[in-house]
Design a protein around this ligand. Structure first.
Ligand SMILES: [Zn+2]
Length: 455
């Protein structure tokens, strides 16, 4: 296959210069959330789009919380949305080698907060859109572009969810490309590219135990604090039941292709309730990955906050714990709460503070196959595997409102030895090599062209 990026007479050196400068400019706009101030970035992007004759729409979900969208018109097939968030997480400036909002170009990298999460993809997707327009690429569908607010903090109410509630036509597309996957990974001598198809759901709970108040000098058994501790104790030793999803099954089976038969068998044994723990402990992976896999296999709970009492000599009548619950794809709030009840018993009151369902897009679908085809020509012999995340992206605001939407996390990226990108995301010295920014821009151009009917 000839890559679409090899046609259309595109000067990729020039593109590299442009996308690098664009990312530098975006990093220099401080969109730390909270407070966000994404309107500053939205305005900048709107002006950039207008220079190429595109018509952006800027809307604010609250003062300063700007979302910018635009549409490149194509044929009659269903549109594709290129989605990115412009907000970033906070920094500790004194811990950085280069100032975090400098966008410095240093040692072949663009430095700054958002360089990996995810102003890099916001810039790459924007340039892809402009290249499609400048080179009059004939597409069989509209391409929508959205740079949105409020992914990184709290409930994320000011971004794509708000847009779908108030201006749905701007981002209404059955297929979405955004952050979450796309990086390569190595496993036992074989390389792969990931494409994120799914993520765990969120079910945050408040647990309240009530008991009898009293004087600290007269202990009794109906103590809310000790009763709550007893209810929580099983969570430290018991796992919730296994619920491996189709995407996780495919991830593990593809990881085992071409490996020795014992390893391939262990990868699949992870999915079986009788062998899961033992097989997981034998896998040649680091402990962090092992814990992530354990979490992906099931609904999970972490007790993250406790509150009870205010005086040392008073037995309080109430004790409260907060639980960060995460749901495996296919699970519901009800199924999760039923499983949890078995461990915590009947006495504790359970209130749901926040819920968003787990998601999983199909790996047996046109966009996934399109990504596979493109990567086969970009990096022959390196397969694409579906991946899942224990955390969440903006997909959680979209799929509950548009259940048929297929969201894929694909920011193409080759990890550099020694850079440990995973630790740089939300960490100090976040930076991205210029080479990978261009790599992503070009691969995404290929993917959008192919998906838009250019072969
Ligand atoms: Zn992000």
């Amino acid at each position: 296959m000839i890559r679409p990026s090899e046609r259309f007479d595109i000067d990729w050196d020039k593109v590299s210069t442009e996308v690098t400068a664009l990312l530098q400019d975006l990093i220099r706009i401080d969109t730390t959330n909270p407070p966000g101030n994404e309107t500053l970035a939205a305005r900048f992007i709107a002006t950039y789009l207008e220079k190429d004759g595109l018509r952006p729409t800027l809307t604010e979900s609250a003062p300063g919380r700007g979302n910018v969208t635009t549409r490149l018109t194509g044929g009659n097939e269903a549109p594709l949305l290129l989605l990115g968030h412009t907000d970033v997480v906070a920094v500790e400036p004194h811990m950085w080698t280069q100032p975090p909002f400098s966008g410095a170009l240093h040692e072949g990298c663009v430095w700054g907060r958002g360089a990996l999460d995810m102003k890099n993809m916001v810039a790459a997707e924007l340039i892809v859109l402009l290249l499609l327009k400048r080179h009059k690429v004939p597409l069989d569908r509209d391409i929508l572009y959205a740079a949105t607010a409020d992914e990184e903090a709290g409930k994320g109410d000011h971004g794509p969810g708000w847009l779908l509630d108030h201006h749905p036509e701007q981002i209404d597309a059955p297929v979405i490309l955004t952050e979450g996957g796309g990086h390569d990974l190595s496993f036992e001598g074989k390389r792969f590219y990931t494409c994120q198809v799914g993520q765990k759901g969120i079910c945050r709970l408040r647990l309240t135990m009530r008991g009898s108040p009293g004087h600290g000098s007269v202990p009794h058994a109906d103590n809310a604090v000790t009763l709550l501790c007893a209810a929580l104790a099983p969570l430290a030793v018991e796992d919730l039941p296994l619920h491996p999803s189709a995407g996780l099954r495919l991830f593990l089976s593809r990881l085992g292709e071409g490996q020795d038969s014992l390893l391939a068998a262990d990868l699949l044994a992870v999915l079986d309730v009788d062998s899961s723990d033992a097989a997981l402990s034998r896998l040649p992976i680091d402990d962090k990955t092992r814990l992530s896999l354990r979490s992906l296999l099931r609904n999970s709970v972490s007790v993250t906050r406790l509150e009870a009492g205010s005086k040392i000599n008073v037995i309080p009548s109430e004790a409260t714990a907060w639980i960060d619950g995460r749901l495996a794809p296919g699970q519901t709030q009800e199924s999760f709460l039923q499983e949890l009840r078995v461990l915590i018993g009947d006495r504790v009151e359970v209130d749901v503070d926040q819920y968003s369902p787990p998601l999983e897009a199909s790996a047996d679908a046109p966009m996934f196959r399109c990504i596979e085809e493109v990567m086969a020509s970009v990096d022959p012999g390196v397969p694409v595997i579906p991946s899942l995340s224990t955390g969440g992206t903006d997909a959680k605001h979209i799929v509950p409102r548009r259940p048929q939407t297929q969201v894929y996390g694909f920011m193409p990226y080759r990890q550099s030895p020694g850079l440990e990108e995973e630790n740089l995301i939300h960490g100090h010295d976040e930076r991205t090599p210029v080479s990978e920014l261009l790599f992503a821009t070009r691969v995404l151009f290929d993917v959008v062209c192919r998906y838009g009917g250019v072969d």
